[in-house]
Each structure stands twice: as structure tokens, then as C-alpha cells.
Ligand binder design. Structure first.
Ligand code: ADP
Length: 404
């Protein structure tokens, strides 16, 4: 059975065509700069790579181009579009309504729309992707896989902010957490690698990409995570500040900055970029740090220090911890960052094998030393395969229901 996995960002669409249950990726691609004159699709199959440069106005046009490419006589991998039986969509915010993936019905669609208020940057492009797929693939079932779902097991003591309680009831203000599909994927992989059932695993999963978040996982379930009501809270990120004293916002407002400007600064001009003044990409910062740039070094130190602090907090929250897992572009590739984060944690039972760690980039590997009480793993994330698996299960269920 062929499934399409779709991840719509504000100006991009990432997708994979996957054959299930073999989990074979038949084609994948990334369409970027939607809405600009220089939109670009990079499309890959086992035997070809093709770049298409053409202005794409919106997500609907983008989906059309993707479908045309998949069925193209020369570069396509499908005879006709009807071969796609189901489509899995990454949806960022499912609020408290979804603790699992779900088939998209009109009611589900309405609920995702209601969460636009909480995720104004993310849910609208996700919805645009769903609407376009519904139009061009009317026979396929659509499944939503939520970034927030894995964190719905977090207990109230960890998800409530100490604000007036009715803010939670009235405005839905609480910690939701994000990157859930990634935290879930690496937790499952860690359980497999440890040869334990998932519900017997306790670990700390650290997703360090453009966005960064960390989760405490007890008996296979998320019990706390660093991102909050929005993805702005928690760790230092490429351009986001993560945790700050909320009073800084009032102080900046007093200095005549508008809320819009402050919002922009906290989301787009802070984090690694803000501190270093160089880049949001850790590769540039590591390079500059090596050349002696002080602010680059400081950015790395602040980034690692925040992760270290959360590891300490989550060890306290978990009590027992079997493993620490690094994932995401930085977590998988930047051995220097893993080294900085783990340094000085020996007394907590966390000991990196320095040589092994230095050799590992973008591959699944144990990087702790033999005598480390807590295992340290690098596990490349694969949110797409999680989405494909959930979508496949939903499709099988719907076929069974039709038969009975
Ligand atoms: P996203 O959160 O958008 O999915 P990724 O998980 O791909 O992003 O992470 C992107 C970040 O990972 C880049 O900004 C860069 O800092 C870092 N990164 C990617 N490749 C490498 C590499 N080879 N070495 C070090 N850092 C890397």
C-alpha cells in the first residue's frame, strides 16, 4: 500500500511517498519558498534527483506540483494518483483534543481550526495542506499526526502554569509540548535497542534541531517537556530565546518596543543567532568558536548549559533513568555539543565515551562509556516513518470497519 506523508510549514512542503508495510521510501521531496518568485522543488527517487524552479503561489499549487511530479511519465513513480490510498499529515497543535493520531473527519478539521489561536504560525499551513490533498486526492483517507499528542500524558502538576486557574479553563493556557512525534520515535527505538518493552523504559529525549526541546519519559510516556503553550519556551534554539524572565517583556515594552517587535525578537532574533550575532546554524558557530570568536563560544556555552540544567531537573522528576537520547540536526551531528552538555555529569551516572562520541555523526550509536550508569545514545529521528505507520494502521482499521 502506498501512502503519502505530508509536512506543511509556513512556506514549505516536505513529503515522502512510502510503501507500507515494507516502510520503503519510493520518493521524497522538499518544496521551499512558497509564495515567493523563486520557489524550488527538490525531488528524489532511488534513481533520480530533479530540481524544479518555478513560482508557487500557495500550498494548493504546491500540492498540485508535487502530485504532478509523482505521476510524471519521466520522473514519476506512480502510474496514477489513485495508487495513493492514504495521506498522513503532520499537524502541530492538537491541544487537549487529541492524544493520538486520528482520521481527519469534518469534526476533526473543525477542532484543528479552533487551535489556530494557539498555533497561528503552524496550524494554518497544516490545514492548507489537508484541504489541497482532499481536493486532489478525494478518495484517499487523511490522517492527522499531532506534535502535541505524545505529551498529552504529562500530569497537571507539570502542565499547569502558576497563573489564575481560570486562565487554563477560559483561555486553554497550559503546557502542551511539541516535537512529540520525534520524542515518541526515539523512545520506541531506544526501547528496541535496549531490548525492553516500551512501557518499561524511562529516559530523557533531547531533540536539538532548529527548534529544540527535551522530554522526560517514564514507562514509555512523556511526563514533562520543555516547550510550553507554544514552542518558544525551554531550551535555547537557533533563533528562539527559550526560557526568559517574563518581566523582560514588560521592560522592553517600557523601552517603547511594540508587542509585535518583541514577539519577533524572541522568536526570530534570539537564541544562538542573538547571542553569537553570527548565525542560527550551529556549524557556523562552532567554526567561529574554533577561530576564537568569544560570542560564538558564549552562545555554545549558554546553549549547552540550558540543556544540562534540564537534564538535572528531569533526572529528579524521573527518579530512575535508563538512557539519554540525542536527536535532531544538532543532537545527531554536533559531537562538540554533546560533549559540552555531558561534561561534568559523571556524578549523576552520565559518562560519555569521548572517542566514540567524536566518531558519531547522523547514525544510530551508543556513545556512553561502559561504566556509565545511564546509557547515552544518538538516534537519528524519523518523524515521517512514525506518521506513515500511524496512517497505515488507521487505513487498515478503516478497511476492516468497511468489511464488517
Ligand atoms: P528542523 O528542526 O528544522 O527539522 P534539523 O533537525 O534538520 O532542523 O536541524 C537543523 C540544525 O542542525 C541546523 O541549523 C544546524 O545547526 C544543525 N546541523 C545540521 N547538520 C549538521 C552537521 N553536519 N553538523 C553540525 N550541526 C548540524
Amino acid at each position: 500500500m502506498k501512502l503519502l506523508v505530508v509536512n506543511c510549514g509556513s512556506s514549505s512542503i516536505k513529503y515522502q511517498l512510502v510503501e507500507m508495510p515494507q516502510e520503503r521510501v519510493l520518493a521524497k521531496g522538499l518544496l521551499e519558498r512558497i509564495g515567493e518568485r523563486d520557489s524550488r522543488l527538490v525531488y528524489n527517487t532511488d534513481f533520480k534527483q530533479k530540481k524544479i524552479n518555478r513560482p508557487i503561489k500557495n500550498h494548493k499549487q504546491g500540492v498540485k506540483l508535487i502530485i504532478n511530479t509523482l505521476t510524471d511519465k519521466k520522473i514519476g513513480v506512480l502510474k496514477n494518483i489513485g495508487e495513493i490510498k492514504a495521506v498522513g499529515h503532520r499537524v502541530v497543535h492538537g491541544g487537549e483534543s487529541f492524544s493520538d493520531s486520528t482520521v481527519i473527519t469534518p469534526k476533526v478539521l473543525k477542532t484543528i481550526k479552533e487551535y489556530i489561536d494557539l498555533a497561528p504560525l503552524h496550524n494554518p499551513p497544516n490545514l492548507a495542506g489537508i484541504e489541497a490533498i482532499k481536493e486532489y486526492l478525494p478518495k484517499a483517507i487523511n490522517v492527522a499526526v499531532f506534535d502535541t499528542a505524545f505529551h498529552q500524558t504529562i500530569p497537571p502538576a507539570a502542565y499547569l502554569y502558576a497563573l489564575p486557574y481560570n486562565f487554563y479553563k477560559k483561555y486553554k493556557i497550559r503546557r502542551y509540548g511539541f516535537h512529540g512525534t520525534s520524542h515518541r520515535y526515539v523512545t520506541c527505538r531506544f526501547a528496541q535497542l535496549s531490548k525492553k518493552p516500551k512501557n518499561k523504559i524511562s529516559c530523557i529525549t533531547i531533540h536539538l534541531g532548529n527548534g529544540c526541546s527535551i522530554a522526560a519519559v517514564k514507562d514509555g510516556e512523556s511526563i514533562d517537556t520543555s516547550m510550553g503553550m507554544t514552542p518558544l519556551e525551554g531550551l535555547v534554539m537557533g533563533t528562539r530565546s527559550g526560557d526568559i524572565d517574563p518581566a523582560i517583556i514588560f521592560y522592553l515594552a517600557k523601552k517603547k518596543m511594540t508587542l509585535k517587535e518583541i514577539n519577533h525578537i524572541l522568536n526570530k532574533k534570539s537564541g544562538l543567532l542573538g547571542i553569537s550575532g553570527i548565525s542560527n546554524d550551529i556549524r557556523d558557530i562552532i567554526k567561529a568558536g574554533k577561530k576564537g570568536n568569544k560570542r560564538a563560544k558564549l552562545a555554545l556555552d549558554i546553549f549547552a548549559y540550558r540543556v544540562k540544567k534540564y537534564i538535572g531537573a528531569y533526572l529528579a522528576v524521573l527518579g530512575e533513568c535508563d538512557g539519554i537520547i540525542f536527536t535532531g540536526g544538532i543532537g545527531e551531528n554536533a559531537y562538540q555539543v554533546r560533549e559540552l552538555i555531558c561534561s561534568g555529569l559523571q556524578s549523576l551516572g552520565i559518562k560519555l565515551d569521548r572517542n566514540k562520541n567524536r566518531r558519531v555523526a547522523a547514525e544510530e550509536s551508543l556513545v556512553s562509556s561502559r561504566d556509565s550508569k545511564i546509557k547515552i545514545f544518538v538516534i537519528p529521528t524519523n518523524e515521517e516513518i512514525c506518521i506513515a505507520r500511524d496512517t497505515y494502521q488507521m487505513k487498515l482499521k478503516s478497511m476492516k470497519r468497511k468489511r464488517t
